[in-house]
Design a protein around this ligand. Structure first.
Ligand code: NDP
Ligand code: BG6
Length: 513
């Protein structure tokens, strides 16, 4: 594990520097890390946070002294929490050697405290328990707010006012949604900053923890062949595609208040866009990357209604199975206009990207599950093969596809001669298929992000000015959609989505990949 840790840091800081930045000695006896999962009884805690913590433990990434506390209103004993954690563990470690043994060790470090989110008294009781576990060592504390956003501030207020003045760091991971628009997001930031400094707030966008998103910078900045092509001069359009083959089942109540634009585009896809389009950061330091992301976001035009298509899925029967409409969900009103699909054209008004459409598409209940970045290059000027063979290579331009999930891959579509005596061209792929190239499984995004938060590495978390810039792009559009009560285009569950998305792309001479 130490080797892996060094490997992990090879491009960044050294081990000592990293420990320094984190303010604790990763393997020493002097400090401890307490991780409190606030909302431990919830879906995200079960599905993602506990499994990620266990995977980190299994791989030897958690410090020598650590304690994990679940906190929520539900009544649970330590044993019940441990039972819940081991029952719902569905992480990549499941089938590994000694998994059960490691799990037993891990569970011995997990505890539960039941309390209200707005009770200083309950948080003070938690604080006492944390102190007892810390045993007088330097105490570093990480709180993961895995609760609905309307109770974030109460929890932060109560946790901070009842905490003993520790001698280590305190950090708080906050889950999206960070507000619904510019105003509510700014209000949330202002409230959080009453109790926390900006560098204590870790706003998570789990897409930034995905392997291929993390790899974007490596691909661009450590290969000579990509960066020189990365501009309006050679790139015709860029597509950011998110699709899920299931609906909002079980999360309708949350979703109806937000819709796909806030749920996926304003954060996950926009973050990918920023990393894709930013200028080269001065260094790998978190602030340098975040500065570049803010710059590119601030160079973008706010979205206009005419550059957006929205959709909502309707029921559909296929092969005797009937799939529900969005509004069949009991927690969604029958006349809801909330989009479950959206496509949009975005533009970056800077020297590098002037005029290049960045097309985003995000939808639930579509025919497939995938997240991709597609980069379509311009045609070869005066293409010799068009002239001599009458082929239409202007249509078969190069395309770079970064498949974020599932089945991670990076492939480049090229024109190639079909082997043989004649001269026939076809489209082939130069393919980096992760499963074939790398034997190691890909860690879940939450593992990377939790480890970064423990280490104090902020590069993959969203800074408040980044968040402001992101909301500034989407807020006018979201207001207009709601004020004008724009009716989404209905598409059958399991289909490719509204045809309007194709007309939108066609306006910019683009065909969706
Ligand atoms: P849940 O709705 O499962 O809520 C988590 C816990 O919070 C619940 O177990 C419950 O615990 C408590 N809680 C729920 N509603 C209320 C309420 N109205 N008042 C007080 N307490 C409440 O949320 P998730 O676990 O799904 O998500 C947690 C956070 O992560 C949210 O901000 C969500 O938006 C975000 N998120 C979730 C994702 C997911 O896949 N689930 C994905 C991305 C982000 P108890 O009753 O025991 O106190
Ligand atoms: C969450 C959204 O942020 O991301 C969900 O709220 C969505 O609606 C999920 O399903 C997708 O994440 P992943 O990692 O499963 O692609």
């Amino acid at each position: 594990p130490l080797n892996e840790l060094n490997e992990r840091l090879v491009l960044g800081t050294s081990l000592e520097e990293s420990n320094d930045a984190a303010g604790f000695d990763m393997n020493g006896d002097e400090s401890t890390v307490s991780i409190t999962v606030v909302g431990a009884s919830g879906d995200l805690a079960k599905k993602k946070i506990f499994p990620a913590l266990f995977a980190l433990y299994y791989e030897g990434f958690l410090p020598k002294h650590f304690t994990i506390f679940g906190y929520a209103r539900s009544k649970m004993t330590d044993a019940e929490l441990r039972n819940m954690v081991s029952r719902t563990l569905t992480c990549r470690i499941d089938k590994r050697e000694n998994c059960d043994e490691k799990m037993d060790e891990f569970l011995k470090r997990c505890f539960y405290h039941s309390g209200q989110y707005d009770s200083q008294e309950n948080f003070a009781a938690l604080d006492k328990k944390l102190m007892a576990h810390e045993g007088g060592r330097v105490s570093n504390r990480l709180f993961y707010l895995s609760i609905p956003p309307n109770i974030f501030i109460d929890a932060v207020r109560c946790a901070s006012s009842s905490a003993s003045s520790g001698n280590g760091w305190t950090r708080v991971i906050v889950e999206k949604p960070f507000g619904r628009d510019s105003e509510s997001s700014a209000a949330m930031t202002k409230s959080l900053k009453q109790y926390l400094k900006e560098d204590q707030i870790f706003r998570i966008d789990h897409y930034l923890g995905k392997e291929l998103v993390e790899n974007l910078s490596v691909l661009r900045f450590s290969n000579l062949i990509f960066e020189p092509l990365w501009s309006r001069q050679y790139i015709r359009n860029v597509q950011l595609i998110f699709s899920e083959d299931f609906g909002t089942e079980g999360r309708g109540g949350y979703f109806d208040h937000y819709g796909i634009i806030r749920d996926i585009m304003q954060n996950h896809l926009l973050q990918i866009l920023a990393l894709f389009a930013m200028e080269t950061p001065v260094s790998l330091d978190a602030e340098d990357t975040r500065n570049e992301k803010v710059k590119v976001l601030r160079s973008m035009r706010p979205l206009r209604l005419e550059d957006v298509v929205t959709g909502q899925y309707k029921s559909h029967t296929k092969g005797g199975v009937s799939y529900p409409a969005y509004t069949d969900d009991k927690t969604v009103s029958k006349d809801s206009l909330t989009p479950t699909f959206a496509a949009a054209a975005l533009f970056i008004d800077n020297a590098r990207w002037d005029g290049v459409p960045f097309l985003m598409k995000a939808g639930k209940a579509l025919h497939t599950r995938r997240t991709e970045i597609r980069v379509q290059f311009r045609h070869v000027p005066g293409n010799l093969y068009n002239r001599n063979f009458g082929t239409d290579l202007d249509r078969a331009t190069n395309e770079l596809v970064i498949r974020v999930q599932p089945d991670e891959a990076i492939y480049l579509k090229i024109n190639n001669k079909v082997p043989g005596l004649g001269m026939r061209l076809d489209r082939s792929h130069l393919n980096l298929h992760y499963a074939a190239r790398y034997s190691k499984e890909i860690p879940d995004a939450y593992e990377r992000l939790l480890l970064d938060a423990i280490e104090g590495e902020r590069r993959l978390f969203i800074r408040s000015d980044e968040l402001d810039a992101a909301w500034a792009l989407f807020t006018p559009l979201l207001k207009e959609l709601e004020e004008k009560k724009i009716i989404p285009e209905y598409y059958p569950y399991g289909s490719r989505g509204p045809v309007g998305a194709h007309y939108l792309a066609a306006r910019y001479n683009v065909r969706w990949g």
